[in-house]
Design a protein around this ligand. Structure first.
Ligand code: ADP
Ligand code: RBF
Ligand code: MG
Length: 202
């Protein structure tokens, strides 16, 4: 029979292995300056790499529409809650990305009931050094499966805490692995009673 001591030792080793050097200690409940809450802002097109290159779509939002305090935050990965709404009165349109691909703005008209609930989100704020962007971006990966995209919809979201600084990578696979770990950390933290309590602070 395996002794409880061995099991405990195995578990604590596993936790050590899961913790990355870059991880910041997340407090048991949101602390100053959090929560930071935005108003409803536009979901706009980015470079179109999130889904196609990384398999991790991110809703990009214009940094200019966000509270100034967000521009002063450290670059890196954050987590919080978000809420989407459609803008049916807005005219649907298409736009060309810099590489010529077309993106259609359906203004969220295809969002379903479950998509309109308050959803957990992991956010990237920064310059995406792996792709050498020249503009600071704010992107949200929502922890939810959508049937359709929602360019032109409005999104309101909160920042409740910081996971890690923004990093550069030598391979795309390493970037993807870190984003996957960020998703797990965001999900685990938002599942705790203290962070779940902020679901409606939007
Ligand atoms: P872009 O560079 O234009 O942002 P992405 O490949 O990052 O392109 O795709 C983002 C779009 O995918 C979002 O604007 C949104 O409409 C849609 N989308 C689908 N699922 C998600 C999700 N789970 N989180 C964020 N956006 C999603
Ligand atoms: N890009 C980076 O260059 N470095 C990062 O450390 C980084 N972390 C990210 C963490 C999360 C949770 C997400 C959603 C994205 C991150 N990105 C990072 C941005 C990624 O490069 C970007 O989503 C794609 O370029 C698509 O726009
Ligand atoms: Mg994106």
């Amino acid at each position: 029979m395996t002794s409880p001591l061995l099991v405990q030792r195995y578990l604590s080793r596993k936790q050590v292995r899961m913790r990355r050097n870059c991880d910041v200690k997340i407090p048991p409940k949101p602390c100053d300056p959090y929560p930071i809450v935005t108003s409803y802002v536009d979901v706009v097109a980015g470079f179109g790499r999130g889904s196609s290159e990384l398999g991790i779509p991110t809703a990009n939002v214009p940094i200019e529409q966000l509270p100034h305090i967000i521009q002063d935050l450290e670059v890196g990965v954050y987590f919080g809650w978000c809420h989407l709404k459609s803008v049916p009165e807005e005219k649907q349109r298409s736009e060309l990305r810099p590489d010529g691909r077309q993106v259609h703005y359906n203004n969220g008209s295809r969002l379903l009931e479950g998509d309109l609930k308050i959803l957990p989100v992991v956010l990237s704020l920064g310059w995406n050094p792996f792709y050498q962007n020249t503009k600071k971006t704010v992107e949200l990966h929502i922890l939810h499966n959508f049937e359709s995209d929602f360019y032109g919809a409005k999104i309101k979201f909160s920042f409740l805490g910081y996971i890690r600084p923004e990093l550069n990578y030598t391979t795309k696979e390493a970037l993807i692995a870190d984003i996957r770990r960020d998703i797990e950390i965001a999900q685990e933290t938002l599942n705790t009673h203290e962070y779940e309590a902020f679901r409606h602070v939007l």
